[in-house]
Design a binder for this molecule. Sequence first.
Ligand SMILES: Nc1ncnc2c1ncn2[C@@H]1O[C@H](COP(=O)(O)OP(=O)(O)OP(=O)(O)O)[C@@H](O)[C@H]1O
Ligand SMILES: [Mg+2]
Length: 375
Amino acid sequence: MLAGFREAGQRIDRLGQFVPRISVIHGPRGIGKTSLLREGQRILETNRTRTVWITADPGELLLQTLLNELGKALGSRTKLTRRAVRHIESVSVEIGNAAVGKVSTVVKADARPAAGSSSGRLIDAITSALDAIRAEGDSGIAILIDEIQEADDAGLRTLAYAWQELAACSGADIARAALFAVGLPGAPAHINRAVSFSERFQCESLDGLDDDGVRDALVGPADWLDVAWDDRALGVAVAESEGYPHKVQLVGDSAWRAGCVRVGGDGLAPGHSITVVDVQQALTRVGEEMNTLHRFRWNAASPRQREILVAMARLGGLAVKRSRLAEELDADTRAISIPRQALLDKGIVGADGHGQMSFTVPGFTEFVLARAKEE
Ligand SMILES: Nc1ncnc2c1ncn2[C@@H]1O[C@H](COP(=O)(O)OP(=O)(O)OP(=O)(O)O)[C@@H](O)[C@H]1O
Ligand SMILES: [Mg+2]
C-alpha cells in the first residue's frame, strides 16, 4: 500500500503530473490507518511533495479545516507565500459564508456546483498554494485526510468536483497534486452517499499484519537499542499478536516493561534479551487491555447491533456472508442492512470487497459469545 504513496510522489516530483485517483484506505479501529498515512506522508515529503494533513471532525467543515491547514503548510517565508496565504484565507472566509448562507437549503446530492462555486474557489486556493510551493523549490502538494468518515457531505462533494476539474487541466495548468484518505470501514458507503460520481475514489481495505510483519514490528525497535528477542519469546509474541497492530504494540511494550523489571537497574540495555518469561508476564496486562477494548466496542453497539455481533460470533466471526448472517438471525438481508452499516461506520467490524464481515480484533468472537451467554 505504501507503493501508492511512492508512485504519487514520483509522479508529482519527477513527471510533473496530477494524480487523479483519490485513494481511500479503510479498516477497523486500531488496524494501523493513521500510521500508514504518516508513513505515506514521509514518503511523499522525500519526493519534494509538501503535505497537508487533516483529521476530519464532525464538529468542523472539511473545507475550512483543509484551507486552514493549506495556509499553515505554506508558512510566511517569501512575499509570494504570504500573498498565497492571504488568498487562501479569503477563500476560506468566502466558502465559510456560503456554507452559513446555505444551511437552510436542501442541497441535491448530484447537483453540480455553478461557476464561481466553492469547488472553483478551492481550486484557486490550491493553485496559489502550488505556485508558492514551486517557488520555494518543492514540486507539489499532497492532501492527506485521516478519519474521512467524519467529513461533511458538502465538503466531500466540493473536494470531489475540484479533483474532477483539476484532472481536466493540461499544459502549464497541471496541478501537481495527490489526495489520500483513510477511514473506518463505513467510509466508502459514506463517500458514495455524498458524491454521486464517486468512481474517482479508489477504495481499498487495510488488513492486519502477516507473521513477518509482526516480527519486524517487534524486532526493529528493540534492535535500534541493541536488545534482542530470543527465538521462543518472539514465537509466542507473534502468535499472541494475531496480526492486529494494536495488539502487537501492547505485546511489545508490555514484554519490554517486564524485561526491565526482571533486569532491574536502568532496565533493558544493549546486549540484553527479551525472554519468553517476559512475554508470558506481559500477557496478563495485554489481556486486560484487550478486554477493555472489547468492552468499549460491545458497549458502543445498540441492542439490535449486538444481535448481529452475536450471530457473527456464532458463525465464527470471520468472512461472514450477508446471506448466512440473515439466515442465522432469521431475517431478510434488507432488514439487517442498517445495523450492519452502523457496525461498519463505528469500526466495530470490517468488510471485504464482497461485503463479507469480519471481527478484526483478536479475541472478540470469544468475548461476544461469553457476553451472549451472560445476557
Ligand atoms: N505496521 C505496523 N506494525 C506494527 N504496529 C503498528 C503498525 N501500524 C500501526 N501499528 C500500531 O498499531 C496501533 C494502532 O495504529 P493506528 O493508530 O495507526 O491505527 P488506526 O487504524 O489509525 O486506529 P483508529 O481507527 O483507532 O484511529 C498503534 O499503536 C500503532 O503504533
Ligand atoms: Mg487512526
